[in-house]
Design a binder for this molecule. Structure first.
Ligand code: NI
Length: 183
């Protein structure tokens, strides 16, 4: 089922999300809903807080970027209870957007490489290293689990310039092509 996307100003986006256990209700439905919601809104990643659930789950499918980034062709994954254990490499600037912050894009600096421990959809543990665009997307989604949004990571000057646009979103003054929620 397609879920509404919670937008900037919603308190769930600022909460630190909780780990889940395998007995979390209707997990397969949750994964399905997250992918469906993400595809419907043309996203390449979605974290559970963005559909109002304060749990440490995010999904990524970066295959729509494969034209320009061939290594993203098969990058489709579910990350549960993830923990980034290492961030290394030079900080790189990259232009980011977020389904929870409609119509705003900003350059954000993040380290090049991450090591992440996570459980897959079957609760099997993995430790993997990601770099480049994959590391970028992972860090963005992972931030959502800690109540951090990409606009928190722009330079102080940019943040000042963004303030009124963000306040407008929090007041519901924006348009989006997908169903949203603001609470
Ligand atoms: Ni986001």
């Amino acid at each position: 089922m397609i879920k509404p996307v919670y937008v900037y100003g919603s308190s769930v986006l600022r909460r630190v999300a909780e780990d889940i256990t395998p007995d979390y209700p209707n997990l397969n439905q949750l994964y399905e809903d997250m992918f469906e919601t993400m595809y419907q809104s043309d996203g390449i990643g979605l974290a559970a807080p963005q559909i109002g659930l304060s749990i440490r789950v995010f999904v990524i499918d970066a295959s729509p970027l494969a034209d320009e980034h061939p290594d993203m062709k098969d990058f489709k994954k579910i990350f549960i209870n993830a923990k980034i254990t290492e961030r290394i490499g030079n900080p790189i600037l990259f232009n980011e957007g977020c389904l929870s912050i409609p119509n705003i894009r900003e350059d954000v600096e993040r380290p090049e490489t991450v090591t992440i421990e996570y459980l897959d959809e079957n609760f099997a543990p993995h430790i993997e290293k990601f770099e480049g665009l994959a590391a970028r997307i992972i860090q963005h989604e992972y931030d959502h689990l800690d109540g951090i949004l990409f606009t928190d990571r722009v330079s102080p000057i940019r943040r000042q310039l963004l303030k009124s646009k963000l306040n407008a979103i929090a007041k519901g003054k924006f348009s989006a092509s997908y169903r949203v929620k603001l609470v």
